[in-house]
Write a protein that binds this ligand. Structure first.
Ligand SMILES: [Fe+2]
Ligand SMILES: [Fe+2]
Length: 429
């Protein structure tokens, strides 16, 4: 947009000459024959530059420009003056009312150039102001954006946290519900047959150390195998006492055939609970053999779920050890019996992991290091060579503990409640 110039002089000829000169440059020109009409114009029209004569009758150029500054502080103010008024012009510049002064008579080129330069500076200043305003606005927007972003992030974080919390609560409830269901089933099994209940608890008790040896890190998966261990023979509750109490080797052909249905029955008993689907699958397959000779589906090797392969080994181990720690020649023989089954019945990796656990626990009886002491002959000061546990695996006194009177009382009292081995293993002194 073209700049508007306000020319002020009491001589009309000068105004006409200046108008001609500047109009050729494409400027918009306003003129006034004195300070007062010029101020009136300024009150209504925005201008870029004011060029005023100094010597005017009613109001001097300096006075006019001082007043003009108050109306349009942004406009460039220039003074045209004769040599005699130079001092006044300098004072006006020093006081900040005038930015430039030019001497009459002027050189057209010099005047045009000076005005053009001043207007270019004005454009720069205005651009700078616009730019500053833009930057300020952008900054404000940025601050607002950041604030809203922060707010959104906080809101989203809170949402995610709430969602996680809700999910955790649901999981916890499910866990508790599953825990209650599993406890109820295990209790049912105990009521039906304490021996089967204890067998299942021992199997489940070995799942965690065995899974750790096998490098299974998924807690949920391990938890499922523990539950499957606790309930793996739940299908047996459907059979008459005679069948489940008898040693399987004493069962007739038909009874044995019936008993072989317990993995499928067990799975179908758990089918009603969606979250125990994987547990049910492990239970179904806990009598599958590595070579495919097992039941119910004749699965082989890695087609058998890993949890079921774990149960297969632990189940067999518990049947030969009857929950007693392996010791001496007797159990070496039992383990050898199992060892002979490895290529047919067990996943060799799982079986090796079990042997690793037994070795690490030092289950083999070592008469040079320990001695068997009947529970009612335990004395204060004796040091236990092994954990003293109930048949179902509850720890009463830990290995390496020195017996105190309170421990001995505790063992005697618990002996009345729990099934315990008749002996404890005590370190030789
Ligand atoms: Fe079984
Ligand atoms: Fe079993």
């Amino acid at each position: 947009m073209a700049h508007t110039l306000l020319l002020v002089d009491d001589e009309e000829n000068i105004l006409k000459a200046l108008t001609r000169l500047f109009r050729r440059q494409g400027y918009e020109i306003l003129t006034a024959l004195g300070g007062s009409p010029a101020l009136e114009l300024l009150a209504t029209r925005p201008v870029s530059l004011i060029l005023s004569d100094q010597r005017m009758p009613a109001m001097s150029g300096a006075e006019f420009l001082t007043a003009a500054r108050k109306i349009q502080p942004d406009a460039v103010r220039m003074m045209l003056t004769g040599y005699s008024d130079i001092r006044t012009a300098i004072e006006a510049i020093n006081e900040g009312h005038v930015t430039r002064f030019l001497v009459k008579p002027w050189q057209d080129d010099t005047l045009l150039e000076t005005v053009a330069q001043a207007l270019a500076d004005l454009d720069l200043r205005r651009d700078h102001v616009v730019l500053q305003e833009k930057v300020r606005r952008h900054n404000d927007e940025l601050v607002a954006l950041n604030e809203s972003l922060e707010k959104k992030v906080l809101e989203r974080t809170a949402e995610v946290r709430d969602a996680l919390k809700r999910e955790e609560e649901v999981n916890e409830t499910l866990r508790q519900q599953n825990g209650s269901i599993v406890k109820a089933f295990a209790g049912l099994l105990d009521l039906r047959s304490p021996a089967i209940g204890a067998h299942c608890r021992r199997v489940a008790g070995l799942v965690i150390p065995l899974s750790a040896r096998l490098g299974i890190r998924d807690r949920r998966a391990v938890q499922d195998v523990v539950i499957a261990g606790l309930l793996h023979d739940i299908g047996k509750i459907a059979f008459p006492d005679a069948m489940i109490i008898k040693d399987p080797s004493h069962l007739g052909h038909q009874e044995r055939g019936e008993l072989r249905k317990h993995p499928v029955l067990g799975q179908s008993q758990l089918q009603v609970i969606d979250s125990l689907g994987e547990v049910g699958r492990m239970i179904r397959h806990h009598h599958e053999n590595w070579d495919g000779s097992g039941y119910p589906d004749g699965l082989s090797s890695s087609d058998i779920p890993l949890g079921a392969r774990i149960l297969r080994v632990l189940d067999a181990y518990d049947h030969v050890s009857k929950g007693r720690p392996t010791r001496g020649g007797e159990d070496s023989l039992l383990l050898a019996t199992l060892d002979g089954q490895v290529s047919h019945n067990f996943d060799g990796t799982v079986f090796s992991a079990l042997l690793g656990i037994l070795e690490a626990r030092g289950d083999a009886y070592n008469p040079a290091r320990e001695m068997k002491v009947p529970l009612d002959r335990l004395e204060v000061g004796m040091v236990l060579a092994r954990d003293l546990r109930t048949e179902s695996g509850v720890l009463l006194v830990g290995k390496d503990e020195t017996l105190k009177p309170a421990y001995i009382d505790k063992i005697r009292n618990l002996k009345e409640i729990y099934t315990l081995e008749p002996h404890a293993y005590v370190c030789r002194v």
